[in-house]
Design a protein around this ligand. Structure first.
Ligand code: CMP
Length: 139
């Protein structure tokens, strides 16, 4: 069954010139793009996107980081797209969890600056796509 996931290339990925590398990996896997946009993230959007982390000690730094520069926001599509992108991304901690061969395992060092975000469930994907791409949400 075709699925959609929200994918973000975070400010560190854009600043480090990793957009092409990350998009290339997504395309090589066989996923396609239903939408893609370079975007500056407002505090409002950041807070809504990360609402589930509001009580976490790192919430402030998370918001500061995601609003620190442009991100690439995309809707990635394909069979099991949510799990497929999470496999490509690797675990949240780029050193302890992400395996070599994954985006974070190969290219990142810190949990707070881990290059990409991908929706973690069908419910999150629906919520996040509605937030970032309201025109696409119902299609
Ligand atoms: P992401 O997939 O974007 O979802 C939540 C983000 O919070 C996560 O990636 C990390 O970048 C960040 N995060 C999770 N745990 C920590 C932590 N202990 N310290 C700093 N940032 C964190």
């Amino acid at each position: 069954m075709t699925e959609r996931s929200l994918v973000l290339i975070k400010p560190d990925g854009v600043a480090r010139g990793n957009i092409g590398e990350i998009i290339g990996r997504i395309e090589r896997k066989g996923l396609t793009f239903a939408a893609i946009e370079l975007k500056t993230v407002s505090e409002d959007l950041a807070g809504s996107h990360y609402a589930e982390h509001k009580e976490k000690p790192f919430f402030g730094s998370l918001i500061e980081f995601i609003t620190s520069g442009p991100v690439v926001a995309a809707v990635v599509e394909g069979p099991r797209a949510i799990a497929a992108f999470r496999q490509l991304a690797g675990g949240t901690d780029p050193v302890e969890k992400a395996v070599p061969g994954s985006i974070r395992g190969d290219l990142a060092l810190e949990t707070g600056e881990n290059l990409v975000h991908g929706s973690d469930s069908a419910e999150s994907a629906q919520r996040e796509i509605a937030l970032w791409f309201p025109n696409l949400a119902s299609s």
